[in-house]
Design a protein around this ligand. Structure first.
Ligand code: ADP
Length: 481
């Protein structure tokens, strides 16, 4: 039961996928439909042209031997009218069978009219009655093809005079519709188109897909770009339509890049300008704090100091972020650096902070880990990770920092004994200004964004996992030199 329901569901989803593929707007399908439509139109036009050209003179009108056979029968049996009529009727039936349309549409069948000494000796039942047709045949120039209008429809007629004077006329209905009905009833029109269109579809589809290949390549390149990558597209083709679009995209990217550079430099300038008044405020508040004996005032001043410190840290983080973005977009080449030495320096600098927070710092590093990179950027990477580990560690906790070589990568790991980061938040903590909810520690939400920017600038990545000590383990993978 369940298996059957599963198969049905699968069938339904397959159907809905196929339905979506057919109904979803697609340029390839538009081109295909346009191509096939044009082809059918062209086919119809050519066919109508060919059909009217040849159809006006149906093949039976060209068969002189048929005329002579009819004339011979009429002449030879002139003395026996009954047998003459009978034989002419048989010949008429033969002509009808040979030249009428296969579906037996009576109006399209050729008709026979035989005159002997100006009297009608045989007339096909469906031919127009009356003197008009007879006088037309009697007066027609032998062998010429002419058009006769009986008031209801037009006929194409050829009259041939036999050796003994019998006039044999074959009438063929004419007119565009008749021609088309004849052709359609013979399957001449639709059959070739119905047969050939499916065979044309595959090559047409293939050719369109081939022609659109550069287009798809450009789309893939645009899709693979990161938000910071605003360099011109690599497409260098000359295809008119695509080149115009690529030029527009390049121009747009240049404008966006300029705008974001202006924005970055504005934020960096603002951050830079804010540093001086913040530092001045801090000095003044510290001086005031030293002069005040009142504990309530001292408490208030300490509050101002701690807020000022937070603001100063945010401002300096903003400055680092904007500077590293700007440097990355300038694309200046990095230098060969010893990561283990850089890390030892930073650990020495951070040990003061760790000591003040009652956290122990441990460094385990292999020697000679070199990478090509930017010192300032790597310093802010290491500082932010170690700073976070110290900040979120409990008093008396241990922060383990390690550096290894793993298959062409330099791997820097920072592990603490703090609360860690819930798996569902791990991708979001790299967003600028994102802070985990209910955070007791102060912070701006920029530290991990700065660290990720620095890692990416070096062609690396950052992974967050559960540490062995119960806290967070941050691993930074950077390509080793
Ligand atoms: P900030 O620490 O200034 O809030 P970050 O960008 O450095 O900003 O970190 C973003 C968020 O990730 C933090 O708010 C915190 O919730 C979480 N986080 C970062 N590092 C750690 C860590 N070592 N242990 C626990 N949580 C962390």
């Amino acid at each position: 039961m369940q298996a059957a329901a599963g198969t049905r569901r699968q069938g339904a989803s397959w159907l809905s996928m196929a339905w979506r593929a057919v109904t979803e707007p697609s340029l390839v399908r538009r081109l295909l439909v346009a191509q096939m439509g044009l082809l059918a139109l062209l086919w119809t036009v050519v066919f109508i042209y060919a059909a009217t050209e040849n159809g006006t003179d149906s093949p039976v009108l060209k068969e002189t031997s048929v005329y002579h056979a009819v004339a011979a029968v009429a002449d030879d049996l002139a003395d026996a009218p009954a047998r003459q009529y009978h034989s002419l009727a048989a010949l008429d039936a033969a002509i009808h069978q040979r030249y009428a349309d296969a579906e037996g549409v009576a109006e399209l069948a050729p008709g026979l009219l035989v005159l002997q000494r100006s009297a009608v000796v045989y007339r096909s039942p469906h031919l127009p009655r009356g003197a008009d047709a007879e006088s037309f045949v009697a007066s027609a120039v032998s062998d010429a093809r002419r058009t006769f209008d009986d008031g209801r429809q037009k006929w194409r007629v050829r009259v041939v005079t036999g050796t003994s004077g019998a006039r044999v006329a074959i009438f063929v209905p004419r007119g565009g519709w008749h021609v088309l009905i004849t052709l359609a009833s013979h399957g001449y029109y639709l059959a070739p188109m119905v047969i050939s269109l499916p065979f044309l579809l595959l090559p047409a589809w293939l050719s369109i897909r081939l022609a659109l290949r550069p287009w798809r390549r450009v789309a893939q390149e645009v899709a693979s770009r990161g938000p910071q990558d605003l360099a011109p597209l690599s497409y260098r083709g000359q295809h008119q339509e695509l080149a115009a679009m690529v030029d527009s995209v390049d121009a747009l990217m240049a404008r966006v890049s300029e705008a974001s550079a202006r924005e970055r430099s504005f934020i960096a300038d603002a951050a830079h300008e804010l540093r001086t008044p913040l530092a001045a405020m801090r000095i003044n508040v510290e001086a005031l704090h030293g002069q005040t004996a009142d504990w309530r005032q001292r408490e208030l001043l300490e509050g101002i100091l701690s807020s000022g410190n937070r603001a100063a840290r945010l401002v300096s983080q903003l400055l680092v972020l904007m500077r590293s973005d700007a440097a990355a977009s300038l694309g200046d080449a990095g230098a060969l650096l010893s990561l283990d030495e850089l890390l030892q320096d930073r650990m020495a600098v951070m040990s003061g902070l760790a000591g003040a927070r009652g956290v122990e710092l441990e460094l385990q590093s292999v020697a000679g880990v070199a990478i090509v990179g930017w010192r300032e950027s790597l310093v802010s990477l290491a500082d932010n990770l170690v700073d976070n580990a110290i900040k979120y560690s409990p008093r008396g906790g241990v922060v383990r920092v390690g550096l290894w070589h793993v298959e062409g990568w330099a791997v820097l790991s920072v592990e603490d004994q703090g609360p860690g980061i819930a798996p569902e938040l791990r991708s979001r903590v790299f967003d600028r200004f994102f802070r985990a909810p209910k955070q007791e520690q102060g912070g701006s939400g920029l530290g991990l964004a700065i660290a990720l920017g620095a890692a990416r600038r070096h062609g690396g990545r950052i992974e967050l996992t559960d540490g062995e000590q119960g806290g967070l383990k941050v691993e930074v993978w950077l390509p080793a030199a």
